[in-house]
Design a protein around this ligand. Sequence first.
Ligand SMILES: Cc1cc2nc3c(=O)[nH]c(=O)nc-3n(C[C@H](O)[C@H](O)[C@H](O)COP(=O)(O)O)c2cc1C
Length: 200
Amino acid sequence: MKLIGLVGTNSTKSTNRQLLQYMQNHFADKAEIELVEIKDLPVFNKPTNKKVPEIVLEIAEKITNADGLIIGTPEYDHSIPAVLMNALAWLSYGIYPLLNKPVMITGASFGTLGSSRAQLQLRQILNAPELKANVLPDEFLLSHSLQAFDKDGNLVDLEIIQKLDAIFDDFRLFVKITNKLSNAKELLHKEAENFNWESL
Ligand SMILES: Cc1cc2nc3c(=O)[nH]c(=O)nc-3n(C[C@H](O)[C@H](O)[C@H](O)COP(=O)(O)O)c2cc1C
């Protein structure tokens, strides 16, 4: 199984990136997880010629070719980071790499809530007409993320590891099931292509 781990931050030191790196190593025998950064994307400016930058197309192609996507999001002011929203705006501007894509959301925060509000918001965003991803219902929230890893980058709390293991196993099943739901796929794709926020 080939998955993309989308790092939802442009911060050089990030516990959300750390969590995705941990998953990449910890689940190496279950899936190949490639981490993808969004920090170098230009700010979305709705180009009138609908030309999407090459760097966005490269990410879109990786997502299209993957069986599923894991999005790791921090929480800033009860919201997802601007850089993640920016990436999603590009990834829904005349291209549809997330359509029907199985998605697992992870989030880490220094505080107790583990990015729960950002995750909820991300679910709503991923339901937009030109994104329309299939999001796993389970949430993985990592609270107190600064204390969550040892010096080798491994999670220290056994209960948290067990929870992540269980959710990831469910996600692998979800990927297989979702990728079989093909009856409405073509129709949904056409709907997304024909959708236009700006038609008068
Ligand atoms: C401007 C700003 C706003 C934040 N807002 C929230 C918030 O609304 N809820 C929360 O739990 N943590 C909040 N935090 C704490 C972040 O969760 C934490 O700083 C960090 O981004 C965790 O992810 P990271 O290690 O990947 O950067 C905020 C941090 C900053 C800098």
